[in-house]
Design a protein around this ligand. Structure first.
Ligand SMILES: Nc1nc2c(ncn2[C@@H]2O[C@H](COP(=O)(O)OP(=O)(O)O)[C@@H](O)[C@H]2O)c(=O)[nH]1
Ligand SMILES: [Mg+2]
Length: 325
């Protein structure tokens, strides 16, 4: 989502006042009165331009694709952004009013210098009033930049207990190592790898514990993944060298099936250490089974991708599914 990466820096109240009064101090006029009227117009124009630029840089959050909308809500809160943006809008209209009233007063013959002085005081206090909103929006801009820019293509989310071999698999099958980007995802990270046909998301620390043990933020983060996954690759380590019993791994598998409602390909890892073949099995050590699993998961993900709307077109309502044309 390019818009979220390009949000502008937002000045603090103090910096914004410096900008506004700095610009107005450079204004000239034939008479003192005219100069003051011009200064007031500059205050009005600079404020209007600045506030519109910030407000217009934000996308319509309600219309964002589901994944991005939920990520924004999770990371900074859509209602809070809206509230801060409307504070900016309020400040802008206050300043416009102060300026037009002041100009009218000067035209009616009131002393320009004292009208100007009181207008500046009121403009300052309006801007100081929204200092928290300005700071919040700047903070939001920094946080929203971290939302991964996912590609519109068949997408597989890799799940399974820690140390079962998820990352080994993802780095083996992804075309280029440098393309495995690391993004902060709430307090966790997600790693995104690419093959020619797939986007593969590794989710360390996120999909490896029972849902019951998670806090609200983690649960929401998990639901975000729902928007992007066409299929899930669930990796089971039957050797239990990962440190977790097979039984626990299988109950997480059942939970993930229920939770996502997406096709799940369940496979064994560490095939060099065991002979179980009632599921597809791979070894990151000797390469066994990798090609077959990639073929299968690619087939499943492409099929689902072609049948349903994905995150880009997703309005977030799972009930509406658009066909790709
Ligand atoms: N013998 C063997 N060890 C593996 C295999 N795949 C991963 N491992 C080891 O298992 C450990 C965890 O692997 P990792 O990919 O980091 O697991 P993750 O936590 O699920 O991402 C590492 O020490 C790997 O070397 C495999 O196919 N065979
Ligand atoms: Mg890992």
């Amino acid at each position: 989502m390019e818009a979220l990466r390009k949000l502008p820096t937002v000045l603090t109240a103090e910096e914004l006042l410096d900008k506004i009064f700095g610009r107005s101090s450079k204004v000239s006029g034939r008479t003192e009165r005219e100069r003051i009227v011009n200064k007031l117009s500059t205050i009005s124009n600079v404020s209007k331009e600045y506030f519109s630029r910030i407000i217009n840089s934000h996308p319509n959050y309600d219309a964002l694709p589901g994944f991005y909308r939920e990520m924004v809500d999770l990371i900074v809160g859509i209602e809070k952004i809206k509230r801060s943006l409307s504070s900016l809008s309020w400040a802008n209209s206050m300043i416009q009013k102060i300026v037009s009233k002041s100009i009218a007063e000067i035209r009616r013959g009131r002393d320009a210098v004292s009208v100007y002085r009181s207008a500046c005081g009121r403009v300052s206090s309006v801007i100081e009033d929204i200092d928290d909103d300005l700071k919040f929006l700047n903070d939001a801009k920094n946080k929203l930049r971290e939302i991964p820019n996912l590609r519109e293509m068949p997408t597989v989310v890799v799940a399974g207990y820690p140390n079962v071999g998820k990352s080994s698999f993802v780095s083996l099958v992804s075309t280029a190592k440098p393309e495995i980007a690391e993004y902060p995802f709430t307090t966790k990270k997600i790693f995104i790898g690419y093959t020619k046909e797939l986007q593969i998301i590794d989710t360390p620390g996120l999909l490896d514990r029972s849902l019951a043990k998670r806090n609200a933020v983690e649960r929401k983060a998990i639901l975000c993944l729902k928007h992007v996954a066409d299929a899930i690759l669930f990796i089971i380590d039957p050797t239990e060298t990962c440190g977790y019993p097979l039984k626990s791994q299988l109950s997480l598998l059942e939970e993930i099936k229920r939770m996502f409602g997406k096709p799940v390909l369940e496979v064994y890892s560490k095939a060099d250490l065991h002979n179980l073949r009632d599921r597809m099995a791979f070894s990151a050590k000797n390469g066994e089974g990798i090609k077959e699993i990639m073929e299968e998961i690619t087939k499943i993900a492409k099929k689902i991708y072609s049948q349903t709307s994905t995150f880009i077109a997703d309005s977030g309502q799972t009930s509406t599914q658009e066909q790709h044309s």
